[in-house]
Design a protein around this ligand. Structure first.
Ligand code: PMP
Length: 395
């Protein structure tokens, strides 16, 4: 007998909250929990460009044979181009298509462990809750770098940079490319320039997690950090997710990208990524990746996708501004102005676990235990009510 020798694995807090929300029968309940984009009706529909591309993909498909260990090559090229544009020569880019951003991170963490078995990886404090257990599962040592000041809702950049400046070539740093999860606080272009200069100086290795490209200020603006690093440092890795910006969550479309110092080193990285994939899940699923490839390479679909993405981004920015304004009007204080400055789908409000619980019990307002809210979940016609609830919890 063996299973009883194991302990139960820790339950995922986000999925537990989803179940709790579902079971709540209060009609006015509000879900600001799980990180899924929602439209003004509170649903997550398939994007119109995706729907059209999907029809074409199904119509054109002639086979379901394996796509190959490194996945859909057209997808890999199109995503590499979308993310890096001309910031780095294409013969220094090795990309494999992987199951979502998580699958991509999994491949990259293993590649890091292979290349630098003694590496310590530094994660932002706080970060996406899956980063640490994934790094540990691969056998990497994990530390954190200072990132978020919950008092002001801003990045503690001086402390972050001082930490990065103290790293060395056996250290790796995981950076959120844009739209930081869970805080919503992001680096400015000038701060990215300083991070790039620090990495160049210390030889520490960077991995960029890019799960929200286009959700912040625009595709080019959101890619600034990734492009800056790619043009400055000799080696880099990046995990791309198409889950949010293409709304393809369940299709598991993502790319693990390694940039090598030259074409030979890049070829070695690609062969190792292929080997990691082969021994993990052999080959990725194709459907979502083929949809993304078609959208990115067919001009009409691409324009439609970019327009839809812009609408989503602008809706989130508008909701941010409305919530910040409503809280300011009611409290006559600027304590939550940072919500409007943040970018992407999340803001960390800086509430205590008791305050978060109070909002759930008293107001049927659900957010993650660390006080992360999903901006896209805010009902636009009830912003005032949310502002009242948040203020009553903090008073
Ligand atoms: N990184 C971050 C920071 C994320 O927020 C997410 C999604 N929640 C991922 C990676 C993984 O995304 P995917 O669903 O594509 O695996």
């Amino acid at each position: 007998m063996m299973f009883e020798t194991l302990k139960k694995a820790p339950a995922d807090k986000i999925f537990a909250l989803v179940a709790e929300f579902k079971a709540d029968d209060r009609a006015d309940k509000v879900d600001l929990g799980i990180g899924v984009y929602k439209d003004p009706h509170g649903s997550t529909p398939i994007m119109s460009a995706v729907k059209k591309a999907e029809h074409s993909v199904i119509g054109a498909a002639a086979t379901k044979t394996y796509v190959g260990v490194t996945g859909n090559r057209g997808f890999c090229d199109a995503v590499s181009d979308l993310v890096f544009a001309d910031s780095v020569p294409s013969d220094r880019i090795a990309a494999v298509q992987a199951p979502g951003g998580t699958g991509s991170l999994w491949v990259l963490f293993q590649l890091l462990k292979r290349a630098k078995p003694n590496a310590t990886i530094y994660l932002s404090d706080p970060t996406w809750p899956n980063h640490k257990p994934m790094c540990e599962a691969v056998g990497l040592k994990v530390e954190t770098y200072p990132y978020f000041d919950a008092e002001t809702g801003t990045v503690k950049f001086d402390e972050m940079l001082a930490c990065l400046d103290g790293l060395g070539p056996d250290d790796a740093v995981l950076l959120h490319g844009c739209c930081h999860n869970p805080t919503g606080a992001n680096l400015t272009p000038e701060q990215w320039d300083k991070v790039a200069a620090s990495l160049k100086k210390t030889g520490a290795f960077a991995i960029v997690d890019l799960a929200y490209l286009g959700f912040g200020d625009g595709i080019t603006e959101d890619a600034y950090g990734a492009r800056k690093l790619a043009s400055e440092v000799p080696e880099l890795m990046l995990a791309f997710s198409a889950s949010k910006n293409f709304g393809l969550y369940r299709e598991r479309a993502g790319a693990a990208i390694a940039i090598g110092k030259d074409a030979d080193a890049t070829a070695i990285a690609l062969s190792n990524m292929g080997n990691i994939v082969r021994t993990s899940y052999s080959q990725p699923p194709d459907h979502g990746a083929e949809i993304v490839r078609l959208i990115l390479t067919e001009p009409t679909l691409r324009a439609e996708w970019e327009t839809e993405l812009k609408e989503m981004r602008e809706r989130m920015a508008r909701l941010r501004q409305k919530l910040a304004d409503a809280i300011r009007e009611r409290s006559n204080a600027s304590d939550f102005d940072f919500v409007a400055e943040h970018r992407g789908m999340f803001s960390l409000l800086g509430l205590t676990p008791e305050q978060v619980d109070h909002l759930k019990v008293k107001n049927a307002l659900y957010m993650i235990g660390d006080s992360r809210i999903n901006i896209a979940g805010i009902p636009e016609d009830r912003v005032g009510e949310l502002a009242d609830a948040i203020l009553s919890a903090v008073r």
